[in-house]
Design a binder for this molecule. Structure first.
Ligand SMILES: [Zn+2]
Length: 182
């Protein structure tokens, strides 16, 4: 059943995808890296839908990157951060064949996606009401990675989640590929 503004909301989401593809250096860097890694993607890789869950987007091997149109708030920076976040998952899946049932695998790609996407940028954190900005990046990345891994059905509780994130933290937080490539 479509919501009253479903059509306009979907169209706005599609238009923001077009704009991000044309103007976001981070989106283009990731798409080029996927091509080099043997997983070329194009416009059709991105779709908008009304998501059932309280998430901004998702990545699925079969369906590509999904943007949750009702949560995009007509915000260019939010949709770009979401596209980059999900593209980091897609890139990791391409280059490292992520085993989504392995919490450490999942934790690693969530750490990278949160760290590299702008999810934890000044304005996004400010909008969430986190005003203590000193050393906020690491705390934010850790918190968001833990929240994402907690949604993994394999997880048996918060200790499992914290252990998985801690086990891969240093390596994955410092792995900035493909953004560190010359
Ligand atoms: Zn994620």
């Amino acid at each position: 059943m479509a919501a009253p503004h479903d059509g306009a909301e979907g169209a706005a989401c599609q238009a923001m995808i077009e704009r991000a593809l044309a103007s976001s250096a981070a989106v283009r860097t990731l798409m080029r890296a996927m091509e080099r890694a043997g997983c070329p993607v194009d416009r059709a890789f991105f779709s908008c839908e009304r998501c059932a869950q309280e998430c901004q987007g998702g990545y699925d091997r079969a369906r590509g990157v999904i943007l949750c149109q009702q949560h995009m708030q007509n915000s260019r920076s939010l949709i770009e951060a979401t596209m980059v976040h999900e593209l980091v998952h897609a890139y990791d899946d391409c280059r490292a064949h992520v085993d989504w049932t392995d919490l450490k695998h999942h934790a690693c790609t969530e750490i990278r996606a949160a760290n590299l996407s702008g999810d934890c940028s000044f304005s996004q954190e400010f909008a969430r009401g986190n005003f203590n900005l000193r050393a906020q990046q690491q705390k934010c990345v850790r918190r968001r990675a833990e929240l994402s891994v907690a949604m993994n059905p394999t997880s048996q509780g918060s200790k499992d989640v914290k252990d998985a994130v801690a086990a891969v933290w240093r390596h994955c937080y410092n792995d900035r590929a493909p953004f560190d490539a010359a």
